[in-house]
Design a protein around this ligand. Structure first.
Ligand code: GLN
Length: 256
């Protein structure tokens, strides 16, 4: 019985080794589509990703472009819902997710993260004259909070305030519009998009005390460690030569 089992195992191993070498000889691509780096993002998150005409630009788009260039790949950007990015990357639909995405322990269970390339802050937006002055006042009341679905703002607020007090929107700007029209009392969202949304909508302000400080990174499929190593090396080089700092400063001039 044992012998049979062993033989079956050996045969299975031989078969899988054969398959592996067959795929090696056909030069298996380390990206979903050969010669391309496909990036999933949600392009309503200025200044990290947003539309200028029909082109997606921003910090993430430019850093991804610089990384792709180093890897000899052509960057292709897909604009999808934020909370479908991780599923798309783990099912090999896209090579990377890059969307001002915060590194969290929970997400690490589904995807790998590259080296961090930027810091994010969760901020609280309220209407000017609001009685909400900080997170404690917000938490203690019965206020409703608008968030972008599936973001860390959503996760933290749902944990802290409970399901009933959180209203989810697919785009950050929709949450901000809900605040302007009194459908919610506050919005919790990343600081840089918060600044753009507040600048574009009268009568809103960002509370001075940040709610959480976070690291942004690209997410990749757990099995694609080869691409992860290459991307990390590229990010290291782009950090060392000042490219990343210059890109961030271009979009956030006060940053440095
Ligand atoms: N940093 C937040 C997160 O990762 C929001 C990102 C986003 O909305 N694009 O959840």
């Amino acid at each position: 019985m044992k012998k049979i089992l062993k033989r079956v195992l050996v045969a299975t191993m031989a078969l899988s080794m054969g398959l592996a070498s067959a795929s090696c000889s056909s030069k298996k691509s380390i990206t979903v589509e050969k010669g391309k780096l496909s990036m999933a993002t949600n392009a309503y998150f200025p200044p990290y990703e947003y539309y200028e005409g029909n082109k997606i630009i921003g910090i993430d788009a430019e850093i991804a472009e610089a990384v792709a260039k180093k890897l000899g790949l052509e960057l292709v950007i897909w604009d999808v819902e934020f909370d479908s990015i991780i599923a798309g990357v783990s099912s090999n639909k896209y090579d990377i997710g890059m969307a001002g995405m915060t590194v969290t322990e929970d997400r690490k269970k589904a995807v790998n993260f590259s080296k961090t390339y930027a810091t994010g802050i969760q901020s609280i937006i309220v209407k000017e004259g609001s009685e909400i002055t900080d997170i404690d006042v917000l938490s203690a009341g019965t206020y409703k909070v608008g968030v972008q679905q599936g973001t860390t703002g959503d996760i933290y607020m749902t944990d802290d305030l409970g399901e009933d007090r959180v209203v989810r929107y697919s785009k950050g700007n929709d949450a901000v519009l809900a605040l302007s029209t009194d459908k919610v009392d506050a919005v919790v969202i990343d600081n840089e998009p918060a600044k753009s949304f507040v600048a574009a909508n009268d009568g809103l302000k960002i509370l001075e005390t940040p709610y959480a400080v976070e690291d942004y990174a690209m997410c990749l499929n757990k099995n694609n460690t080869e691409l992860l190593e290459k991307i990390d090396k590229a990010l290291e080089e782009l950090t060392a030569d000042g490219t990343i700092k210059a890109i961030i400063e271009k979009y956030i001039p006060s940053n440095g």
